[in-house]
Design a protein around this ligand. Structure first.
Ligand SMILES: [Zn+2]
Length: 265
């Protein structure tokens, strides 16, 4: 590998999908804001009528639930059960019988699919591509961009309509150097008044003195950049030769051993 190749790999354009953009495109941001506004209106109306508003009911429920969680005795359980029973009808009236929410439920899926399709299109930029997808983030409850919880399946589905998507095992892809396949370290820096050491988890540094990237001034790089190069390499190796690069191979004794597994989505 020549120095020009090393440089070119790190100058590859990065296209990222922002959680906020997905929330805006799918109408989730507008929905949240409108729901908050409707709750405030409901609160003012209930204050006039002398009844309990949805905000107060939810606060009571939350308080009682936390009390039960931290001190699980029969009195707290009874209190929580009583509050839940009394709250059921007002909450059903607010969340399930209003025309606005019925309309939202009907249009939400369609809007979400459109938003994910738009993101998939922007990621590919109109090119024919093979996308390698590390399957560690596919589990239930995983996070997108560190904020929104949810499955990536909708996005992968939309991506597979426009490109070949290959799901691979990303084992050790963020731990090993993309060039020498040796373990990497995170750099440590001090804070402003130099009283505390902070590990920079977003960056990785190759410490192998024989590594081509280190010899040519590319020893430090973004953790995600390094991982994505590794994922692409693992994917190509599996597609072309039906094998996994030795350093990225799981032990056969490992409970979730997925030796050379490649799945076309
Ligand atoms: Zn290296």
């Amino acid at each position: 590998m020549e120095i020009d190749d090393v440089g070119t790999i790190f100058k590859t354009k990065v296209r990222s999908i922002k959680t906020n953009q997905l929330r805006t495109d799918s109408g989730l941001s507008l929905f949240s804001r409108t729901l908050e506004y409707r709750k405030k209106c409901n609160h003012l109306q209930c204050q006039k009528n002398g009844t309990k508003s949805v905000q107060n009911i939810e606060a009571d429920l939350s308080r009682s639930m936390m009390k039960t969680l931290y001190s699980n005795n029969i009195e707290n359980e009874k209190e929580y059960h009583g509050i839940s029973k009394r709250s059921r009808q007002p909450l059903l009236d607010f969340y399930h019988t209003t025309n606005w929410l019925k309309r939202q439920r009907r249009t939400r899926l369609c809007q979400t699919e459109k938003a994910y399709a738009k993101s998939a299109k922007s990621l590919l930029g109109g090119q024919k591509a093979i996308c390698f997808y590390g399957d560690a983030g596919r589990g239930y409850g995983s996070r997108i961009g560190g904020h929104t919880r949810g499955s990536h399946d909708v996005f992968i589905g939309k991506l597979s309509e426009k490109a070949t998507v290959v799901s691979i095992d990303e084992y050790r892809s963020s731990k090993l150097c993309a060039f020498c396949h040796m373990p990497m370290v995170h750099p440590v820096k001090t804070n402003k008044d130099k009283s505390k050491k902070i590990t920079n988890l977003g960056t990785v540094v190759c410490i192998n003195p024989d590594c081509i990237s280190r010899k040519n001034g590319y020893a430090a790089r973004g953790r995600d950049t390094n991982a994505s190069i590794n994922i692409a390499m693992i994917g190509y190796e599996q597609l072309a030769f039906c094998q996994t690069i030795q350093q990225f191979e799981r032990s056969s004794l490992h409970a979730g051993g997925l030796k050379g597994k490649v799945t076309l989505v």
